[in-house]
Write a protein that binds this ligand. Sequence first.
Ligand SMILES: Nc1ncnc2c1ncn2[C@@H]1O[C@H](COP(=O)(O)OP(=O)(O)OP(=O)(O)O)[C@@H](O)[C@H]1O
Ligand SMILES: [Mg+2]
Length: 499
Amino acid sequence: MAKAVEFVKINKRFPGVHVLKDISFSVEEGEVHALLGENGAGKSTLLNILHGVYPEYEGTVILHGKEVHFKDANDAIVNGNISKVHQETLVVKDLTVGQNVTLGYEPKKGMFVDFAKMNSDVDAILSDLNCKFSAADLVANLTSGEMQMLAIARALYHHSNIISLDEPTASLTLKETDALFEVIRKLKAQGVTILYVSHHLEEIFQICDRASILRDGEYIETLDIAKTTRDELIHSMVGRNVAAVAGRLKPSPRTEEVVLKVDHLSSGKNFNDVSFELHKGEILGFFGLVGAGRTEVMRTIFGADRKTGGEVYLHGKKLDAAWNTTKALHAGLGLVPEDRKTQGFMALSDNTDNIAISSLEKYMTGLFVDQNKKNKNAAYYFEEMDVHPRRIDYLTKNMSGGNQQKVILGRWMSAETEILIFDEPTKGVDVAAKAEIYRLMEDMVANGKSLIVVSSELPEVMGISDRLIIMSEGKITGELTDKDQYVEDVIMNYAIGGN
Ligand SMILES: Nc1ncnc2c1ncn2[C@@H]1O[C@H](COP(=O)(O)OP(=O)(O)OP(=O)(O)O)[C@@H](O)[C@H]1O
Ligand SMILES: [Mg+2]
């Protein structure tokens, strides 16, 4: 088989770090090739080199037998016929789908944009992708799954024969993920080569032919997926044996004391008549499919959204009508948001400051902030969560996606919040680091805190929670109080609204 991509001795350095070390391997034409490794292994960096985002590197990139060196991302798309689909697709919200797909390369009639041709060209691609939206629709109305499809449509508009997807399913519903896989299979059948990055290993077994493993910036091996087990993949990624499924290691410190009571809470169309209690020392799991309304419930409890009915009680005290996030934090209630790009960390701050920002009182010596205390605190979480690189002085924005997530978790874990709600805490986090995050959660409840963990990952909520609530379409559809009731099919049935 002919080779679509060959990496030859690729090296990449950022000031002070050698991120990719002599990477050499190749990807065959028409295969779906996974790129796997722990957070910070170098997956996104390698893709950025391939796609011209980082024009400065050492080594050679060969596409279909010809050496290339793109000067920017656009050069790669237009002259190399290769495209990368970002996790957070960059779109111009006020434009139509057609305008976004063709942006900068609109079909012209004389000096003017030929909108009729634009729409018919783009509609042809969209129908080929089985999309339900059309070129004339506004992008502002699309779901994250549809945005992803828009990005793929853009790649096809530019006749890309190599398409990279960097954690494409992180915000997709199961249905959208299935639709994406359908499209990937179709593209593969047409001879398009796909590079695929994901921390969801089950996806790798569903759609990938081979997988190349990176560890700490080094190439380890390329495996044939059909001949590899899940444990072998994990072992190759982390270099040691790691339990694939998380569980509790310590006995639960759950007490009978109710710290949070939610009573018939509603918020317009988002969710309706939600009631539950959280006990001191408990880890309460909240499972549901993407879009079930869990995030909205949590935001309302935290005071980030308005309720339209019902009440919330904190330590038996009813929250007043003017409840807001500032009051929540003062009262010891915190929410770790799902969307780290927009709500997660300060772009201009280093890791130490980003971890310290929610607990500044802790580091005061007299009137002054004690830098040493801040550093110690950050170093503790870096060690516990195995953050790479171990550089508390780095700007958080220069960390890899999964490591940024760990910095955000560290910040909330070091805050003095008694009740903490985690919304999709391990999104983008690799298998090994997940287990370490669960250990920290166990430490938190052992210290008298109470946690709610919202997650779309079934093994995660099954493994970590004392009790499990399941939501579907804005309503609580199930509650499991006993670990013996934790049966995958039962939980999924509640999640799709059944009973
Ligand atoms: N602009 C930058 N400046 C300095 N270091 C950087 C920069 N971009 C990336 N790095 C470092 O390069 C290493 C590899 O990062 P990369 O984003 O490629 O990892 P990844 O394998 O994609 O991880 P994840 O699974 O968390 O997304 C990390 O240690 C990261 O901190
Ligand atoms: Mg990455």
